[in-house]
Design a protein around this ligand. Structure first.
Ligand code: AHG
Ligand code: MN
Ligand code: MN
Length: 345
């Protein structure tokens, strides 16, 4: 058997490729690795531990009920990250506002991190895969001061690293610093992540489409037409496609990244900007998919990574996955917009 690289070794090797690096990002990634292990251990016994399962009884700023494990994961990641003194602050889907770390060491840090600490949380009680998503930027405010909103409201193209942890049939940590996407699988018997998926590439085309089709009557007509297209029989183009929707973005994304496919969360008549959050969910996954050769847009030609954020909890329509499939659905939206414009004339 060849020598297997651990995540720790990989982080050290990657740093040595950048002689100018001082190790801040490496220590940050190590803190994420530690928090992922802790959350993983609780996630694995979610069905056993009464005080972890179920609702905590409060709601977050977006009016969603917070699950106990959401709050727990949020606290674990914040504690682990703050302890390394490499961040001047974090923003989290579970926090109303950003959290500035105000110790002298943290004020001297040069990075901020944004996260969805527990993604797919409605799946916890039914033993379905969930995840954590993170995104790292260099701060904009001067080193030595307290973090400000401008540190967090940066375009996705400015990310220096992004990734996710998937707590699935096995637990994986997948991340990129912009030089390739690498996946590490956790061996719980030794407590170590091993490089299992080096240089992950998203196939250009795929056969899987992932959308909450229950929203069908509320979806834009271009997306409804695309769904019909996915179901049509046309063997030369491998249609009908396969429908797969877990309801955990991390899990749906992870599958489509590996197998090829598209994930769609469009605007709908009840939610004009869709559901997913630009800073905590869409930007980090868009950074990963582009680095893996795929594509992420708002469905109307705008790259997710180019969207100018106006507020922390901003939402955006989201189309992500194999580049040919994202292009295809955009054509359907464009055609339907053109048709409507002609009808109005
Ligand atoms: P979270 O648990 O962080 O609030 O995210 C849930 C998200 C995402 O994981 C998933 O893809 C999507 O919500 C599912 O939404 P619908 O139930 O509307 O399909
Ligand atoms: Mn989420
Ligand atoms: Mn969440």
């Amino acid at each position: 058997m060849g020598r297997i690289t651990t995540l720790g070794e990989f982080i050290v090797q990657s740093q040595s490729n950048h002689p100018e690096a001082k190790g801040e990002l490496s220590r940050l990634l190590s803190a994420i690795r530690l928090a992922a292990k802790v959350v993983n251990s609780q996630t694995n016994k979610a069905g056993l531990v009464d005080n972890i399962m179920g609702n905590v009884g409060t709601t977050n700023v977006q009016g969603e009920q917070q699950k106990k494990l959401d709050v727990y994961a949020n606290d674990v990641f914040i504690d682990a990250l703050q302890a390394r003194h490499e961040l001047c602050g974090i923003a989290s889907e579970e926090e109303d506002d950003f959290v500035a770390f105000t110790s002298k060491e943290c004020k001297n840090a040069k990075y901020v991190l944004l996260m969805d600490p527990l993604d797919g949380s409605s799946n916890i009680d039914v033993n379905v895969s969930i995840g954590t998503i993170f995104s790292i930027y260099q701060r904009q405010s001067p080193v030595g001061t307290v973090a400000t909103m401008e540190d967090f409201l940066q375009k996705g193209v400015e990310q220096v690293a992004a990734g996710y942890v998937i707590y699935g049939s096995s637990t994986m940590l997948v991340y990129s610093t912009g030089n390739g996407v690498n996946g590490f699988t956790f061996d719980p018997t030794v407590g170590v992540f091993y490089l299992s998926h080096p240089n992950m590439r998203c196939p250009k085309s795929g056969k899987i489409y992932s959308i909450n089709e229950g929203n069908y009557p509320h979806l834009p007509s271009g997306v409804r037409n695309y769904i019909k297209h996915c179901k049509e029989l046309d063997p030369p183009t491998k249609r009908p496609y396969t429908a797969r929707y877990i309801g955990s973005l991390v899990s749906d994304f992870h599958r489509n990244l590996i197998k090829g496919g598209i994930y769609l969360y469009p605007s709908n008549s009840l939610a004009p900007n869709g559901k997913l959050r630009l800073l905590y969910e869409c930007n980090p996954l868009a950074f990963l998919v582009e680095d893996a050769g795929g594509k992420a847009t708002d469905g109307r030609g705008k790259r997710i990574l180019e969207i100018e954020p106006k507020e922390l909890h901003q939402r955006t329509p989201f189309f992500i996955g194999s580049s040919n499939m994202v292009d295809e659905v955009e054509q359907f939206l464009e055609e339907s917009d053109t048709r409507k414009a002609v009808e109005v004339m």
